[in-house]
Design a protein. Sequence first.
Length: 167
Amino acid sequence: MISRRMARTLEKLHYVKVIPKRDIDLERIDIRLFKGVEAEVPKWLADELEREGFVSKKDENPKVISELYYKERVSITPLELPPHTYSLIREILKSTPEDSLIRRDSLALINRRISKILNYIRTSLALKTNKSPKNLLLEELILYNALKLVLDEWMNAFLEIRDEGNG
């Protein structure tokens, strides 16, 4: 269904902030970076440029996850999150103790988002709509589509109430 390889590929496509140590002209991929000027580039490129010593990656403060969680908690619908949120959460889960507040908030944010996705799917099945919710991250959209497909197939197979082309 959803592989780790796909997850890692998506992670490498997210943009991250870098600070170039010198001017860089990557003409083939139409990217120009200027010494000392913060820029956003795909993570795969940032990793390579950092490995070569051309840039420094600007790390996101993990505390932003707690802030996002508290905002998400009071919202009925999914909030717009930075595209690299799951990459940051993955780093937090790898590097923090199990009893840390930031780890707890990271897992709570994930659970809250999944709960909203499931509620939306339940409502969309009842209303027979194929519209996906707003503000889902790419990783969440993959989850939403996979779950919706499974539920549509189940309803068609066992209840014969969904059209095969509808879903």
